[in-house]
Design a protein around this ligand. Structure first.
Ligand code: ADE
Ligand code: ZN
Length: 337
């Protein structure tokens, strides 16, 4: 608990870093497995929950890829996505830019269209029924090769209208952004927005590569940028948005204790950091729990929270008129409280 929990609950916010497959709650995983007669290496929902203890990113990814096996039909992806939107809406998320991992599904024999159609339909319903706006970003799995990423990009081209951008995720160490320089050039030529995970576990060099070679417009995580003052200077000067995920960093042991989390330092340095949930079903909380955890540990004040929410709006891929609407809602809230 912090004295600012109620302020955080009501704060109008955006989310720019959430993997839809990472919103698969143990209960839904269990129900989908039972429904489809799939054998799980778990005896109960509690058993699944207990397995969510990770020493590093790879430990988590092994469980995450296993979990997504229960997602097989458009309906499964619809249910998953709509359940996330309902939670986000209940937490006063006004706009969400959502990742999905097509290769995590096509590699299991699903058509590219199966996750895409289910997610897209849920996003449309989220807009209509909940009033939450959204965008979809497809991530290339960096542990796979360039040819596989190119194949995925080509599969996406006919659906350009439903896919806002491309990103890069999965096992970072040993898979630098340079591996995907040509794929990202092709994605930019096709007018996809471009983001990448970098500096989560990987060194500052990977962030430099994401900037210079992939020409990213937003940096996912970016925590290890703080090890390189020249890099910080570059990120501040360009106004680069950072999608920071505090509970993820704690659960994947990027920080040992939330009191050591770099978020407050990032703000003090002038970095445009925001707060996001990454894989909320696996890391113990959605966006509000992330705000509360860092607020309690770092002693953040309401003005910090408003800055974090504003940074999210600024770094989003909505147009200037839509940004103004969200900023006005945020300003109104900040003034009223
Ligand atoms: N895929 C899902 N969550 C991820 C994370 N935090 N880092 C890299 N890849 C991911
Ligand atoms: Zn992520």
């Amino acid at each position: 608990m912090t004295p600012h929990d109620a302020f955080i609950d009501g704060l109008p916010k955006v989310e720019l870093h959430v993997h839809i497959e990472g919103t698969l709650e143990p209960q839904m995983l269990w129900d989908k497995a039972v429904e489809q007669n799939l054998k799980l290496p778990f005896q109960s929902v509690d058993d699944i929950q207990r397995a969510y203890n990770f020493g590093n990113l790879q430990d988590f990814l092994d469980i995450y890829y296993q979990g997504m096996n229960v997602l097989r039909s458009e309906r499964d992806f619809y249910d998953l996505t709509f359940a996330y939107l309902e939670k986000a809406h209940a937490q006063n998320v006004m706009h969400s830019e959502i990742f999905f991992d097509p290769q995590g599904h096509t590699s299991r024999g699903l058509a590219f269209e199966t996750p895409l159609n289910g997610i897209t339909q849920a996003l449309a319903d989220g807009r209509e029924k909940l009033g939450i706006s959204s965008g979809l970003i497809m991530c290339f799995l960096r542990h796979l090769d360039e040819a596989d990423a190119f194949k995925t990009l080509n599969q996406a081209l006919p659906y350009k209208a439903h896919i806002l951008g491309v990103g890069l995720d999965s096992s970072e160490l040993g898979h630098p952004p340079s591996k995907f320089e040509r794929v990202f050039a092709a994605a930019r030529d096709a007018e996809f927005r471009v983001v990448a995970h970098a500096g989560e576990e990987g060194p500052p060099d990977y962030v430099w590569e994401a900037l210079d070679l992939l020409k990213i417009e937003r940096l996912d995580h970016g925590n290890r940028s703080l090890e390189d003052p020249k890099l910080v200077e570059r990120l501040v000067a360009s106004g680069m948005g950072l999608t920071v995920c505090p509970l993820s960093n704690l659960k994947l042991c990027g920080v040992k204790d939330m009191r050591e989390h770099p978020l407050r330092r990032m703000l003090d340095l002038g970095l445009k950091a925001g707060v996001n949930s990454d894989d909320p079903a696996y890391f113990g909380g959605y966006v509000n729990e992330n705000y509360k955890a860092v607020t309690a540990a770092l002693g953040l004040e309401p003005h910090h929270l408003v800055t974090l929410a504003r940074n999210g709006i600024d770094a989003s891929f909505i147009d200037d008129a839509e940004k103004k609407v969200l900023r006005d809602r945020l300003d109104l809230y900040a003034t009223a409280h």
